[in-house]
Write a protein that binds this ligand. Structure first.
Ligand code: SF4
Ligand code: SF4
Length: 165
């Protein structure tokens, strides 16, 4: 009885979800999303994430990109959320920091075909994902070196201008 009574005056832990939502911090791994910078996704459609994905949840179709910074991008990019196991391998292998685990966890669908999330649902502005991007930068394996940090100057393989080569 004393134990129960002592808990009655403690701070309430229950949240009125979905009106109230918890702050899960940047370490939380919600559904994977594509990072967009200046209104365009960073992805160069290299296919590494699809290769690394254990349940084959990712599919994409590459196409030419007229962006100054890169020469191709994903015309189609889909993640089947019925297959995704939130393992984060796609985030780990991506050389462009173009796909990251997001803070978004509450989604639903009532038919199998709606579980395929396309670019309309996947692409999110970098500002929304800054917490996760900073978290990843701070925890990169130092043995990999700076080349694995996302910087435009590192992305020489995606530059269109090859006059100097
Ligand atoms: S989190 Fe894992 S299962 Fe989900 S898309 Fe990425 S690699 Fe595939
Ligand atoms: S690994 Fe990154 S750059 Fe390559 S296809 Fe996947 S999201 Fe795009």
């Amino acid at each position: 009885m004393w134990f129960s009574l002592s808990h009655m005056f403690r701070k309430r832990q229950t949240m009125m979800y979905p009106e109230e939502k918890p702050d899960l911090g940047p370490e939380f791994r919600g559904r994977p999303v594509l990072v967009a910078e200046n209104g365009k996704e960073r992805c160069v459609a290299c296919g590494l994430c699809a290769r690394a994905c254990p349940p084959f949840a990712i599919s994409m179709q590459a196409g030419p990109d007229e962006d100054e910074r890169k020469e191709r991008g994903p015309e189609v990019f889909e993640i089947d959320m019925l297959r995704c196991i939130f393992c984060g391998y796609c985030e780990e292998v991506c050389p462009e920091e173009a796909i990251v685990m997001s803070p978004y966890y509450d989604f639903n669908f009532q038919a199998r075909e709606n579980a395929k999330f396309g670019k309309d649902k996947l692409v999110k502005d970098k500002a929304e994902l800054q917490g996760r991007l900073d978290f990843l930068q701070a925890r990169r394996n130092a043995n990999y070196g700076d080349v694995y940090n996302f910087e435009e100057s590192n992305n020489i393989h995606t530059y269109r201008n090859r006059d100097s080569q």
